[in-house]
Design a protein around this ligand. Structure first.
Ligand code: TRP
Length: 456
C-alpha cells in the first residue's frame, strides 16, 4: 500500500521526545493525579501508581512505539497491516473511539483552566476557602460559558492540527515544558514552607497499608497511569509511526515516562502541603475542583500571586493543548489513512467531539444542584472519565500487550527496536514483562474490580 504523502515525520529525536512528552504531560498529571491520590487514600496510591508505571505502562509504551514505527500506520491500519485478515484492527478502532470519548471531557476541564488564567490574573478568586470553593462551583455550573470555553479549546486544537504545524508544536513545547517544570518547582518550594505542610507531606509520603485491600484503588491507579502516559488507545502508535527508524525508541520512551512521572509527583508536592495548610481540608472529597480550589489559596499567600497564578494556568493550558492535539490526532490519522482529506477529517471530528462535550459541561451544573440528593454525586463528566480511563484504556493496553508479545511477537518487536544498530540491553526483561506481567496484571486488576463492583 502506498503511504500517504500527508504522513508527517518528526524533525529530530528531541522533537519526538518533546511532542510525546507534551502528549503525556497534561491535565492528567496536574489536575488528575493529585485528585486520584486524594480519592485513593494518599501515599499507598502513589506507590501502586509507580508500580503500574514501571511494570505495566512503560513496557506498553515501548510496544506501542515499536508497532507504530514498524507499520508506519495509524492504529487501525497498524494492526490490520501487521496481521491482515484478522479481527485485531478492532483494537485500533476501540482506540479511535477512546480518543473521541476522552477528548469530549478533556476539553471541558481545559476550558476551566483557560478561564482561570483570567480569574487568577484579575484576582477574582480570593477570600475564605469556602468562598474560593463556592466560586469554582458557581463557575462550572454556568453551562453557556463553559460550552463556549470547551469549543474554544477544540477550535484551537483543530486549527493547529489543520495547519499541520508540528514544527510550531515542537518549538512551543521546547519553551513551555521547561517553564512548566521551573514553575512547579517554585510552587513546591512555596507550598512546602507553608504552616501545615508537614501534615500534607506525611499524607503524601507515608502509606496507610490498609488501602492495599481495595481493588478499586488498583483499578484507579492503573487507569491513571495509562491516562497520564497517553497509553492504551494508540496515541503512541500514531506518534511512533512518525518516528525515524534511526531514532532509539527505547531511550526516548524512558525520557517520556520519566518526565511524565516527575511532573505528576511534583504536582502532588504542591497540592498536598498547600491543601493541608488550609483548616478542614479533606483530600478524599475534593474531587475535580481540587486544584481550582486549592491553588488560588496558595497564590493568595504569595507576593505577586496574581502573576504567578496567571502564569501557572497559562502553562497548564498549554500542557493541556499539547495533549488534546494527540487525542484528536488519533482519530484524524485513522480517517486520513482511510483516504479522507485531512481537513474534512479534522472538521468532522471536531463537530462530533463538540457535540459530545455538551453533556459533560451541563452535568456540572446538575451536580451542583443535585448534590444534596444521594446517588447524584457522580456527574456525566466523572462517568466518562471512569469509563474511558479506568476501563477502555487498560483493556486496550491488555490487548496491545497480547498483540505485541504473542501475535506480532516480542522477538519481532525487538528486531524493530534494535534496527540500525540501536541497543536495547533490557530486551529480555522487556519481553518477559510484555508477554506475561502486563497481560496478567491488567487482567487481574480488571477481574478484581469487576468482582468488587458486583459484590458491592
Ligand atoms: N496524557 C494526557 C494527560 O495526562 C492525556 C492524553 C493525551 C491521553 N493523549 C492521550 C490519554 C491519549 C490517553 C490516550 O493529560
Amino acid at each position: 500500500m502506498q503511504v500517504s504523502d500527508d504522513r508527517g515525520s518528526w524533525g529530530s529525536r528531541a522533537g519526538f521526545i518533546l511532542a510525546a512528552a507534551g502528549s503525556a504531560v497534561g491535565l492528567g498529571n496536574i489536575w488528575g493525579f493529585p485528585m486520584q491520590v486524594g480519592k485513593g487514600g494518599g501515599a499507598v496510591f502513589v506507590l501502586i501508581y509507580l508500580a503500574c508505571v514501571f511494570l505495566i505502562c512503560f513496557p506498553i509504551l515501548i510496544a506501542e512505539l515499536a508497532l507504530g514505527r514498524s507499520s508506519r500506520r495509524s492504529p487501525i491500519e497498524a494492526f490490520a497491516t501487521t496481521r491482515p485478515g484478522t479481527p485485531w484492527w478492532v483494537v485500533g478502532a476501540l482506540g479511535v473511539m477512546a480518543g473521541v470519548g476522552i477528548l469530549s471531557f478533556y476539553v471541558v476541564i481545559a476550558g476551566w483552566t483557560l478561564a482561570y488564567i483570567w480569574f487568577a490574573a484579575t484576582g477574582a478568586v480570593v477570600g475564605s476557602p469556602e468562598q474560593i470553593g463556592g466560586f469554582f462551583g458557581a463557575f462550572v455550573a454556568d453551562g453557556a460559558k463553559n460550552v463556549v470555553l470547551s469549543f474554544v479549546v477544540l477550535a484551537v486544537t483543530a486549527g493547529i492540527l489543520l495547519a499541520g504545524v508540528r514544527e510550531g508544536i515542537e518549538r512551543a513545547s521546547k519553551l513551555m515544558m521547561p517553564a512548566l517544570f521551573l514553575l512547579l518547582i517554585g510552587l513546591a518550594a512555596r507550598a512546602l514552607t507553608l504552616p501545615g505542610a508537614a501534615e500534607g507531606l506525611a499524607y503524601y509520603m507515608h502509606p496507610d497499608w490498609s488501602g492495599l485491600t481495595n481493588p478499586a484503588v488498583f483499578n484507579a491507579a492503573l487507569g491513571q497511569a495509562f491516562f497520564s502516559l497517553s497509553l492504551g488507545m494508540g496515541a503512541m502508535i500514531t506518534y511512533g509511526s512518525y518516528l525515524s527508524r534511526t531514532a532509539n525508541a527505547t531511550t526516548s520512551a524512558a525520557w517520556v515516562a520519566g518526565l511524565d512521572t516527575a511532573v505528576a509527583l511534583l504536582a502532588g508536592l504542591v497540592i498536598f502541603p498547600a491543601g493541608f495548610s488550609i483548616a478542614g481540608f479533606d483530600p478524599s472529597s475534593s474531587g475535580p475542583g481540587l486544584i481550582f480550589a486549592v491553588l488560588p489559596r496558595l497564590f493568595g499567600t504569595m507576593p505577586g500571586g496574581e502573576l504567578f497564578g496567571a502564569a501557572f494556568f497559562i502553562l497548564l493550558s498549554i500542557a493541556a493543548l499539547t495533549s488534546t492535539l494527540s487525542l484528536l490526532e488519533v482519530p484524524t490519522s485513522a480517517l486520513v489513512d482511510r483516504g479522507w482529506p485531512r481537513k474534512r477529517a479534522v472538521v468532522t471530528l471536531t463537530l462530533a467531539v463538540g457535540a459530545l462535550s455538551v453533556p459533560s459541561v451541563l452535568s456540572q451544573g446538575a451536580v451542583a444542584s443535585l448534590s444534596t440528593l444521594p446517588g447524584f454525586e457522580v456527574s456525566f463528566l466523572d462517568l466518562m472519565a471512569t469509563v474511558w480511563n479506568n476501563w477502555a484504556l487498560p483493556i486496550g493496553g491488555l490487548l496491545i500487550s497480547i498483540f505485541v508479545g504473542w501475535v506480532w511477537g516480542a522477538d519481532r518487536a525487538i528486531e524493530e527496536l534494535t534496527a540500525e544498530g540501536q541497543t536495547f540491553p533490557a530486551a529480555p526483561l522487556w519481553a518477559f514483562l510484555i508477554r506475561y506481567v502486563c497481560p496478567l496484571a491488567i487482567l487481574f486488576i480488571i477481574v478484581m474490580t469487576a468482582r468488587g463492583m458486583f459484590a458491592g
